[in-house]
Design a protein around this ligand. Structure first.
Ligand code: TRP
Length: 364
């Protein structure tokens, strides 16, 4: 049997999705969905994982499930090609997590760098919720339940995929070849790996107020770009400017293609020429920001328009998710059957077991 190629990825519904999500993963997902290379594509909303550090705010998670679903559809995920579902509606994932817990040590979880940082960020050091601590295990269940071969995610998810691969190897070693070992698919452009906030901070985050959301209206995007962090030593137009840490150029790296120059700034052939001029001196921030605004609006406008369309029929969105959940459960429950069989806990489906036990006791 030829191995199927299967994509799986997801997001925690803790807010609307921003352009960091877009260049880091969403854009790529839509391309993968439309590439025809993959037999199946699963994209899901990780509400149960979001609850591991928002247990006291279920309303926030509930509100953002629909926001994320709208962002998915607006970006071009197509329910006829991609199964979209909500994590908590797939109970098979919880059962898989429970069995995988036997294959992971506490010290291994403590070494997970992403979890480590998150614990510090949330001041959980002295009171880590067990569910939060073990979410990498549940993430392994998300991935393996759908036999995903390819997981397109941002760089911060690398430790989760590595942990999943270890669980798969250990499971298959102990119980026989059952689970599929996934591969991570990182963005191919360095600027997209981790898009900084508009203030130049390492990461976009809602609490820092430095995000540009996919659903931001055009004038809001314009305003955010105008006040964006550049090179603080680049005071006069004639001054030479620096590119490192210059957010406007990082965003151009993530969004700009050569064709944009013909349209918006034909004096330059490509981004490299613009960069050269900037570092030489003689190019002002305003001009660069205007280009960025044009490029970003061109990218975001169709997304905003599609979102508005989808917002007109919210019950239809829930219906898409519900159908996705049903389809996802079918796949996950097949994997769970295989897992139970491999772990020898499928007592009632195993006629040989019953016969064997009868014979054993008859001999006594
Ligand atoms: N941890 C991911 C995030 O924070 C969300 C997620 C949960 C996920 N399970 C996953 C991503 C499985 C990829 C595969 O965005």
């Amino acid at each position: 049997m030829k191995k199927e190629k299967i994509i799986l990825t997801g997001d925690r519904p803790t807010g609307r999705l921003h352009i960091g999500h877009y260049v880091g993963s969403l854009r790529r997902r839509v391309e993968l969905q439309n590439s025809g290379i993959y037999n199946k594509v699963f994209v899901f909303i990780a509400d149960a994982q979001a609850l591991t550090d928002n247990m006291d705010n279920p309303e926030k998670v509930r509100q953002n499930v629909i926001e994320v679903a709208l962002d998915y559809l607006a970006c071009g995920l197509d329910p006829s090609k991609t199964t979209m579902f909500i994590q908590s509606q797939i109970p098979e994932l919880t059962e898989l997590s429970f069995y995988y817990m036997d294959l992971v040590t506490v010290s291994r979880l403590q070494r997970n760098p992403t979890v480590k940082t998150e614990i510090q960020m949330r001041n959980f050091e002295t009171s880590i919720p067990v569910g939060f601590f073990t979410y990498p295990i549940s993430q392994a269940a998300d991935i393996t339940a759908f036999r995903a071969t390819t997981v397109p995610v941002g760089e911060d998810q690398e430790p989760m995929i590595e942990q999943t691969r270890e669980i798969v190897r250990r499971f298959n070693f102990i119980y026989g070849d059952t689970l599929v070992e996934p591969e991570i698919l990182l963005p191919d452009n360095a600027a997209c790996l981790r898009l900084p906030g508009t203030d130049g901070q390492a990461k976009m985050s809602k609490s820092l107020g430095n995000c540009i959301y996919l659903s931001d209206p055009a004038d809001e995007v314009e305003k955010k770009i105008r006040s964006m962090y550049t090179d603080p030593t680049h005071l006069r137009v004639s001054d030479p400017g620096k590119l490192e840490g210059n957010t406007v150029f990082t965003y151009l790296d993530a969004f700009c293609r050569d064709e944009h120059f013909q349209r918006y700034l034909p004096d330059y052939a490509n981004l490299q020429e613009l960069k050269d001029h900037y570092t030489r001196g003689g190019l002002g921030d305003v001009k660069v920001k205007r280009l960025l605004a044009a490029v970003m609006q061109e990218t975001l406008e169709p997304i905003r328009t599609r979102r508005k369309e989808f917002e007109k029929d919210i019950p239809a969105i829930y219906d898409i998710l519900k159908q996705g959940c049903e389809k996802a459960r079918e796949t996950a429950s097949k994997t769970l059957d295989d897992v139970r069989k491999a772990m020898k806990i499928n007592y009632f489906d195993d006629e040989a077991l019953i016969a064997e036990q009868s014979a054993r006791f008859a001999r006594k």
